[in-house]
Design a protein around this ligand. Sequence first.
Ligand SMILES: Cc1ncc(C[n+]2csc(CCOP(=O)(O)OP(=O)(O)O)c2C)c(N)n1
Length: 699
Amino acid sequence: MNVIAWKFALSGAVADNRRSFQRGRLSISHGLTATTGEFVKGTSVSLLKTIKKPSDLRALTLEQLHELADEIRTFLIDNVARTGGHLGPNLGVVELTLGIHRVFDSPQDSIVFDTGHQSYVHKLVTGRQNFETLRQQGGLSGYPDRAESEHDVVESSHASSSLSWIDGISRANKLMRNNERYAVALVGDGALTGGMAWEAVNNIAADKDRKAVIVVNDNGRSYAPTIGGLANQLSGLRQQLDKFRTHPAYETAMEKLKDRLKGSGPIGGFTYKSLHATKKGIKDWWAPQGLFEDLGLKYIGPIDGHNQRAVEEALQQAKQYSGPVLVHALTEKGHGYAPARADEADQFHAVGIIDPVTGLPVSKSSAQSWTSVFGEEIAKVAKERDDIVAITGAMLQPVGLKKMAQEHPERVIDVGIAEQHAMTTAAGLAFGGLHPVVCVYATFLNRAFDQLLMDVALHKAGVTIVLDRAGVTGPDGASHHGMWDMALTQIVPNLHLAAPRDATRLREELREALDINDAPSVVRFSKGSVGEPIDAIDRLPDGVDVLARLGDRAAPDVLIVSVGAMSELSLDVAQRLNSQGVSVTVVDPRWVLPMPKSVISLAARHRIVVCIEDGVRAGGVGSRLRTEMRAAGVDTALNEVGLPTEFLAHGSRAEVLDRVGLTAQQVARDTLAQVLGTKVPFARPLPGQDLPTGQIPKL
Ligand SMILES: Cc1ncc(C[n+]2csc(CCOP(=O)(O)OP(=O)(O)O)c2C)c(N)n1
């Protein structure tokens, strides 16, 4: 029999959640003491299998709910270990998700998951229990997805937006007279560090008639511990929780007393005010309710987010309150799974394929990642230059800043999930004489575009922006491909943009970027392993690398302009074309902005230019090259090869590239047809050759 033994160390922080029971060969103990258990595959999710829709949850007893929560954790560990995914966050929201679905009525009530990486439990109780192909092409998305279920509302997965969503939904419900409908957001303490969340709270709180419920899933962590003033206050609170327990009876008694005193004349009113002040004083000392109540938002909590009864009582209370309300739940990321709890870095925020027993990766790639090349180099430069400071938006380790942070902690700044703030604070640091390096995933640059344009570029601030995970990323799907950055940055005056093709060029171009002190410089690179070095056969005086010259050098046909990580594919295309008698030059501009002059003059000497990039075609490098060529009077045909303006669903990087035709075979085929004059754009005819007779599309 296939037996998997797991160590469950259910180290719930809260004493009154302590329970221990034996079911089959699964032994789980919730509480302060860690225990171990064994799990027999296939026997442990029988109750979960009976849950087809949220209303099925309402028939369960509290004991059954506990059992279901354990089954869900078992299911998640077993399945996510095989596919990879966001394990820690989902283990932490089991009780909260069950509670929300029992108290509220989705899809009449809208449930919005901030960021959406913690929606696996929601998927399980809304009819989606096939996790075998999670995040794979054709399988379930790793985030909410409207195409999958009517219970999914928001699929954008860029953090801190959920409160704006429920502000809009609850306002619409009111205006449309859907007065019975609630809008509920589940938002992490990490996501609450984003400015958008506070803009939304300011609006939600202003309207007392809204049925808007904010459930804060406070686990003290983003990837790493959440930073900032709010986080410090919440962290102090967690330490106090064992001493001070909230109890709904406390609230109820206070409410009753309040009504009696208020209704009993001036003395009663005075006594109420004093009592109320005392209550607020005690609570404010250890709870952040003042923060929210000062904005006019009703605050409930803090509650133990792993105590099913407490969760549901708080949510019921929130539902009955006639106005916007915030429920503050304390949880643990990775709750119930010892390897996740023991993982200091990020408590299994996201894992690859792991051994469920040990939590260790099944196969450890020895290949070096782009991120680690950057991480090593920035740490080296930081040793050489005191003016280098790095900024991260709650992703210190994922963007490779760990080494620099260990060596120069004072020069690595985590600003929280606050990319807009990161960019402008960088402008301020540059003004103060430093050279800031803002490190974000390429997709999150979108958040900070105005700040890049108006605060950094307009003020000629020497800020370097390092974009990790640029291009097609794969399993995280539409919201996570880094495909917009090159189109966005094209329109920023004076911006310098580098797209290194390998580790050597990344180190080199990073250093070049750090020497630009009067304009923004961007260095963008892909996800995953960096691959073998691709050496140039020649470097032109303006820094452009020639990677290949194949065929007749006196009469070159095709100029391939390869952007960043597309060089391997570009060289493959060149070989395929050359085997058909086409002569090809392949160049890597290294810096695509400003566009090097040598690329324009090379374009003039070829019959067709093919620009290959893994960014969106519209407004991308190819389209910029066309503009620059035309401005220089060069009318050589140009084909922009890149990504369509579409939201590309999840799959592996290779599968997604194949879907959009970004393969060597397809590009070579198209280019050959263009050279032969059977596909537009037609290559310039050879001297003495007739104009192409290929089909011109009918418009
Ligand atoms: C705008 C934006 N920046 C960065 C990220 C990357 N990211 C995904 S989850 C996460 C941490 C979220 O922490 P929290 O909201 O507390 O949720 P938890 O994972 O703790 O459940 C970050 C930084 C993102 N999704 N969106």
